[in-house]
Design a protein. Structure first.
Length: 68
């Protein structure tokens, strides 16, 4: 599993795909370093906008990382 730092999301498409409904789907194991802490994500995990996972709106966070 590779670490993805909060400043190192330039390869976001290696780990996540955005579907037509705006959800992010994990396609490869990842370890995210978010403002709330470290989150391990497994393939197949799906994050819809406006929902939280371990206290983080990961869809929003991934949108922000993609825009960097």
């Amino acid at each position: 599993m590779e670490n993805i730092s909060k400043h190192g999301m330039e390869n976001i498409s290696k780990y996540f795909l955005r579907d037509r409904h705006g959800a992010w789907v994990c396609v490869e194991r990842a370890e995210l370093h978010t403002p709330s802490g470290r989150i391990k994500v497994t393939p197949g995990s799906r994050f819809m906008p406006g929902t939280t996972f371990l206290g983080v709106d990961l869809a929003k966070w991934l949108d922000e990382q993609q825009g960097r």
